[in-house]
Write a protein that binds this ligand. Structure first.
Ligand code: FVH
Length: 293
């Protein structure tokens, strides 16, 4: 073991699925002493050859180091993996995707067991781990003290973005961004469906689609400004009345192409409702108020 290795914070990781394995390898590559545990032992065995200590049980893995990173399938898996384990004086960083409520409950649960807790939402897919130029990062929330103490270690696999003491905020940011992503994928699915039965190569549509989505994305900054001011008519480029007038074109085109409009209609319905309420001169921002119950 080199002097350099000795100085790196030892890390325990619970969960060696696609994401956990990528995280584990990046800490190993950076010279962090690593203890790993996985429910299915076969997945952990290969890490021994890569320099990790393989624990037989989650309890043994947690006892091995102060800092434990959890990256399991869901909150139920975390419950099952950590059941009955002594967490006193441990630093628990949970990167398992969950809801804000689950994160807050887990923070209370950890505190009741004497652990410091940080929740994380991973904004990256496994191939982005350990590749700084890929732009991945993790939202963290919960104990600021824990975050600041371990930031250097946590930043080894991907970037870090601390979003507050409320343990639920990382999950909330994570789910907000991923929800927007699904909206984008839904739009792209509709676009590809429109050309599916035509003599148009999807590979020629793809770059056009990507460039168009990138060109439109900065509109979210105007949305944020309008929400801050409470005035949705400020800086409007394409008003709601004009956009609603255009919706029959989209629906007719879908029908003519033999494509179900089911991904578009819920959004169009909200646009029509806002127009009916008098929002014709506004941007699409008014739709947000219709969503908030
Ligand atoms: N992979 C991705 O693209 C996304 C990117 C954004 C973040 N997500 C979240 O990361 C968590 C882990 O995801 P993953 O990709 O590693 O998932 P899997 O490859 O399916 O591995 C799941 C691991 O969880 C273990 N596990 C499942 N159930 C239990 C349980 N009841 N007790 C203990 N461990 C459990 C599973 O173990 P095994 O099946 O090998 O025994 C894997 O280690 C996740 O929250 C994503 O939403 C990934």
């Amino acid at each position: 073991m080199t002097q350099n290795t000795v100085e790196k914070t030892p890390v325990t990781i619970l969960g060696l699925g696609a994401m956990g394995a990528a995280l584990a390898r990046s800490w190993l590559a950076a010279g962090h002493p690593l203890t790993v545990w996985n429910r299915t032992p076969a997945r952990a065995a290969e890490f021994a050859a890569e320099g990790a200590r393989v624990a037989d049980t989650a309890a043994e893995a947690v006892a091995a180091n102060t800092l434990t990173v959890v990256c399991l399938l869901d909150d139920t898996s975390v419950d099952e993996a950590l059941a009955g384990i002594d967490l006193a004086d441990r630093d628990l960083v949970n990167l398992t995707t969950g809801t804000p409520a689950q994160a807050r409950a887990r923070a209370r649960w950890a505190r009741d067991r004497g652990a410091r807790y940080l929740d994380g939402g991973i904004m990256a897919v496994p191939p982005m781990i350990g590749v700084p130029e890929a732009g991945g990062y993790v939202f963290f929330s919960g104990s600021r003290e824990l975050f600041e103490q371990h930031q250097e270690t946590l930043a080894v696999p991907v970037g870090t973005a601390y979003v507050g003491e409320d343990a639920g905020f990382a999950a909330l940011h994570d789910v907000a961004l991923l929800s927007a992503m699904y909206g984008m994928f839904a739009g792209a699915a509709h676009a590809f469906a429109l050309i599916r039965n035509e003599d148009i190569d999807p590979a020629t549509l793809a770059p056009l689609l990507a460039d168009w989505l990138v060109a439109m994305a900065p509109a979210v900054h105007r949305t944020a400004e309008q929400l801050q001011r409470g005035d949705y008519t400020e800086g409007v480029v394409s008003n709601l009345a004009m956009q609603v007038a255009g919706t029959p074109t989209f629906l007719s085109t879908a029908e003519q192409q033999g494509v179900s409009p089911e991904l578009l209609t819920p959004y169009f319905e909200l646009m029509r409702r806002r127009l009916a309420e008098g929002g014709g001169e506004e941007d699409l921002t008014g739709v947000i108020d219709l969503l908030v119950r």
